[in-house]
Design a protein around this ligand. Structure first.
Ligand code: ATP
Ligand code: MG
Length: 423
């Protein structure tokens, strides 16, 4: 017996019953980000593995254990993108875009990470993200907060909390790393295997550990915020002042270091208590050194990414339905060979005259009875009938399916006027 056909673990189908909401969320995001002057960018789903290693960092969860990588036939290692920033930065450098001035971009798309699947955590998931290249000031960080905040408002989401932190300059971080290593070395016996690895490779990331047993040790560790450079402190103060003027409340979370290596100065997360353990909906920050590190001219940059599955789960958890009134729908019921041919012209004319209206073209060619059945099944408001009689009289008939009223015959133009009048 053959094995039951199945999708790969952690990879989900988006079925027709759910996709309307997704389209709506994606449209809302695209419209909103565009309204902030950000333009869509689409980079490939696969990049050279080295691109991700350079951007994200070798000793991160993502590159260390979550990436889907394989040898291409030319023996080059390539990977499915685990996040969107590396590809954006690569594209900026390759096409020399920052040379033309400030670059504001947004993307929407699938990302891949081999993680343990659970609610809000999948192996293929989707992110909407923005990146801005060419601005080093705190106002640009605040604009990112403003954008994400207005998206929550636009979608009607509540109970999202902003956590912020500053990672300081690279030099300040290096100094702090030494202090942190000393601290954890004194408590080495309490560390788990993961943290011991991180202690050697990237100690800051121990602060990011999700191991409950480590939380006390982490809470009493020296705080980065006490060791950062003067310029970064000023930048952070400015950022906080902007947030005050935006009237967006925040909490400083000194443990917020982000899972990726590339951040400096401002980092932030939007979290919610409404989704259980997968509480981060949106995460981002500044990464001024990355473009240069990847071979471009020094270009300050910042960005964020929203997890769309978690965003949609949150809409559900908060009982938010975005779909207001379903659009008017008409089923074109047709009988007879000549009528079938003619119906294509009528369909085209209706399509042009009634934008937004859902038109069902009957492609099963059954009896009128079976066509009306199908029309009811898809929930059409009207059947527009074209049979031999209508054809001979150069008319169509309108049959209301959901509301009261008799079937009526009229010219196609009259029918269009009628539909327009009830839109
Ligand atoms: P986490 O700590 O939850 O693993 P992360 O720090 O790895 O998150 P980022 O790389 O910052 O996440 O990605 C930004 C956002 O993308 C996250 O806040 C989350 O909403 C979403 N996200 C990340 N990984 C997944 C995943 N495996 N499945 C679904 N959404 C994800
Ligand atoms: Mg992760």
């Amino acid at each position: 017996m053959s094995k039951k056909i199945q999708a790969i673990r952690g990879m989900k189908d988006l079925l027709p019953k759910d996709s309307t909401l997704w389209l709506q969320v994606e449209q809302t995001i695209g419209t909103l980000f565009s309204a902030y002057g950000y333009k869509n960018i689409r980079t490939p789903m696969i990049e050279k593995t080295s691109t991700f290693c350079r951007a994200i960092g070798e000793v991160t969860d993502i590159v260390g254990k979550e990436m889907y990588s394989w040898q291409d036939t030319n023996a080059e290692s390539i990977s499915l993108r685990p996040e969107g920033t590396a590809g954006c930065v690569r594209a900026m450098i390759e096409h020399n875009l920052p040379r033309e001035g400030l670059q504001k971009v947004f993307y929407l798309g699938a990302m891949f990470r081999r993680e343990r699947p659970q609610k809000g955590r999948y192996r293929q998931f989707h992110q909407a993200g923005v990146e801005v290249f060419g601005s080093n000031n705190a106002k640009s960080d605040a604009e990112l907060i403003m954008m994400s905040h207005s998206l929550w408002n636009e979608l009607g989401l509540k109970n999202l909390h902003l956590e912020i932190n500053t990672l300081g300059s690279e030099a300040a971080r290096a100094n702090y790393k030494g202090i942190l290593v000393d601290y954890f070395n004194q408590h080495k016996n309490q560390l788990d295997k993961d943290s011991l690895e991180r202690l050697a490779a990237n100690p800051l990331r121990i602060l990011d550990s999700k191991n409950a047993k480590l939380q006390n040790l982490i809470n009493t560790a020296p705080k980065l915020i006490d060791y950062i450079d003067k310029e970064s402190v000023e930048h952070f103060d400015e950022f906080k002042t902007y947030l005050k003027y935006l009237n967006i409340p925040y909490q400083i979370n000194p443990r917020l270091v982000r899972g990726l290596d590339y951040y400096n100065r401002t980092v932030f997360e939007w979290t919610t208590p409404d989704l259980g353990t997968q509480e981060t909906i949106c995460a981002g920050g500044r990464y001024d050194g990355l473009v240069e590190k990847m071979g471009g001219k020094p270009t300050p940059a910042a960005g964020f990414a929203i997890g769309l599955e978690r965003l949609i789960l949150l809409l559900g958890a908060q009982n938010i339905t975005l779909i207001n009134k379903p659009p008017l729908s008409i089923y074109l019921a047709v009988l007879g060979d000549e009528a079938q041919l003619k119906s294509m012209q009528i369909f085209t004319k209706l399509r042009r005259a009634l934008p937004g209206v859902i038109l069902y073209n009957d492609i099963n060619l059954g009896s009128f009875k079976s066509q009306f059945k199908k029309a009811n099944k898809v929930g059409a408001d009207f059947a527009l009938i074209l049979g031999t009689e209508e054809l001979n009289n150069k008319q169509v008939s309108i049959k209301p399916l959901k509301r009261q009223g008799e079937q009526q015959s009229m010219t196609l133009d009259k029918a269009i006027d009628y539909f327009k009048s009830i839109l």
